[in-house]
Design a protein around this ligand. Sequence first.
Ligand SMILES: [Zn+2]
Length: 83
Amino acid sequence: MKIGDVMSLQKIKDAVANKKMICPECKKPIQKFEKYAETIDAVRDGFNIIEIDSNASRVTLTCGNEPCAWKERSEYWIEYIIE
Ligand SMILES: [Zn+2]
């Protein structure tokens, strides 16, 4: 999966705002997300470092629907988005 960082964050934002990101535990819309990392993969090629553009956003998803305590750090958040 290769999605630009800004684009993917916007996608998460929209999904949460439109209640399209669903908690796998209680099946209710996830209330919160927090960005915790950007991944930049670097590969050493001899003395050169080649940066590979695979900067999928990693986020902490928090269900937030009491009493559900589901929380997950994931870069596969796209799996929780419903159409
Ligand atoms: Zn939940």
